[in-house]
Each structure stands twice: as C-alpha cells, then as structure tokens.
Design a protein around this ligand. Sequence first.
Ligand SMILES: O=C[C@H](O)[C@H](O)COP(=O)(O)O
Ligand SMILES: C=C(OP(=O)(O)O)C(=O)O
Length: 352
Amino acid sequence: MSADTPSALSHTSLPSSRDLKAAMPLSDALQTQIRKQRAAIAEILAGRDDRMLVVVGPCSVHDPVAALDYAQRLASLNQHLSARLLLVMRVYVEKPRTITGWKGLVYDPHLDGSHDMSEGLRQARELMIDIASLGLPVSTELLSPVVTHYLDDILSWAAIGARTTESQVHRELVSGLDFPVGFKNATSGSVQIAADAMQSAAYAHHSFGVDGHGVMSSVLTQGNPHTHLVLRGGDQGPNFDAASVASAQHCLSQSGAPAALMVDCSHANSGKDPARQPDVLAHVVSQRVRGNKALCAVMLESFIEEGKQPITANGLRYGQSVTDGCLGWAHTEQLLRQMATALAASNTELAF
Ligand SMILES: O=C[C@H](O)[C@H](O)COP(=O)(O)O
Ligand SMILES: C=C(OP(=O)(O)O)C(=O)O
C-alpha cells in the first residue's frame, strides 16, 4: 500500500451528494411542504400543538415498491386522523446491527451481498421523494454521517439510535440539522446518555466532515434546539410505564434537556414481539390522557404483513419485514383509529 492510500481493501467512488441532489431535486412545492411539516412536528414537541406525533412504518425498507404501497395507505389514513395525530413514515434505509447482518437498502439494495451502494443511495432518495410527494412527512435513522448528506433535505424527523446516542460524531451531526431529532435511550437503558446528547447537539460544533462535493472539510454547525428523548426500553426491560417515564422526566429536567417524550412501542419496550406493541401504545395514550402532556409522540414498527422473514435467495414474502417483526397494516390502521378516538374522547380506559 502506498503512503497516500487510506487503509481499506478497496474504495469505489460514489456520486457526490450535490450531484445526486441535482439529479434528483426537490420541487419548490415539496421544499415548502417539508418546511411546514418540520415546523408542525416542532410545534407538537414544544407542546403548542395538542396532537400526538406518530412515527410509523417498517423496521427497514428492503423493497421500494412495497414501501410505497404502505406509504399510500398511510397517506390516506393521515388525512382522516389529522385532527388528532400527525403520522410520519419510518423510511429506514440504514440499520444498526448488534453484530452483523443486512445493513439496509443504501448498503445492499439487491439483498445479495453485492453492496451496490451507489444504487442504494439512488433508490433511497427516489423512494423518499415519492413518499414525500404523497404528502407524508419522511423520517429515518441517521447512522452514517455520509449518507445523511444525500437525504437530509427530504427528512422531517430523524432518530439517533440506541447504539449511537453516546457518539460525539452523531451529536455533531444533529447539531447541523434543521429538523427535529429524537435521541434514543442507550441499549443499557441509560436515559442520561440521551439527555447529554440533546444538550451537546443544542450547541454549535466544529467537526470533521465532507462538503457537498465530498471534499473533506472543517465544518461549523449551528446547534439544534429541536431534539427530544425516545424511550425504547433497555437491557433491564421496558421503560414506558408511569414510574419509568417519571424517572426519565426527572433526568431531563435535572439536565436542562428538552421535556418532550416519544415512546418507541417496539424494540426493548416490546421485547421485539410486535404483538406487544398495542399494549405499550395503550399505556402511553392512557398516561397522556391522564394529563402527562410531555408524552407527545410514539413510534410503531409496522408493515403490510405482520411478523418478519429471513432473507433468502428463494424469494421474499411481499410487504413483510426482513429485520425486526412488525405489526401488519390492518392491525396498524385499527390501532391508529382507536388512538385518535381515545385522544378525542380523553378516554383513559383503553384496550387496543
Ligand atoms: O431495529 C432493528 C434492530 O433492532 C436493530 O437494528 C438491531 O438488530 P439486530 O440485533 O438484529 O442486529
Ligand atoms: C434500530 C432501531 O432502534 P433502536 O436504536 O432503539 O434499537 C430502530 O428504530 O430501527
């Protein structure tokens, strides 16, 4: 290896984010829509809009056709429930893995280990534009700061996952974004790490990054005040119950971090069993209706078919997750309708 070659087995050039954005631009109308959707989410998080935010969709996108099919159903439901809920679709194109596994559409869009990452970025951007064009706000988990450059203009909300909330690089990344971001509690269950992250991301940062041309750069970000905690459970179990929520709120207030709370009804809050997500949702809505207004957002993992399937070369079942198990569409629609009705009626006796 020569002295000027970075150490890796290979490097394959990608289009710059500026070039991909120029080839697949957002219309003026879409830019205006996304600006409004970001502001609407920020209003809910600030407690100035009484609706609840619902980030809902597949654990991961592996088939853009099925994801768009799901988005069409969600967009139509969004119109019916918009007095009580703001639905935002999970369009997760990167997956953090506990050890190894398929890492998402942008890494391996053909799901066969060919890792056509250039095509993955193109498909991800195209899909997000198609979904936003249905009128739906788009969200994702930000994992690689490089990938963020290709998609940041389309997003209305993003998560920093449990495995990366403690990372300084991700806190710097959030500091430069002008849309709301949820930091998840750590996989250990630590909420303090997320409270620290929110405070860090609220500051301006000097960091190392790349510009739109892909040129390595010294970057100055402005700080992001629109962050919040996402309770997703941890190694010791769930954290959506009233006592855990109160303890998280105490931690946020002691730290001077923003008070808004989202509960992720999946992951360690459901023991990764999608059938337990409705019970988590019922508990959260009940706490909200009983007066805990800081609980203003939930996350659900949901796709067309319930459950999950392994990735095999023999073909995949349409509309079913290839990562964590999801609720099916029919059940999701029923839950969201019940949630909206319960919020409208201030109904504390929920059984989803
Ligand atoms: O949401 C997805 C998974 O919970 C997360 O990416 C970890 O997945 P893994 O433990 O299957 O690798
Ligand atoms: C990976 C995810 O969540 P967490 O970071 O909570 O494990 C996810 O929401 O897809």
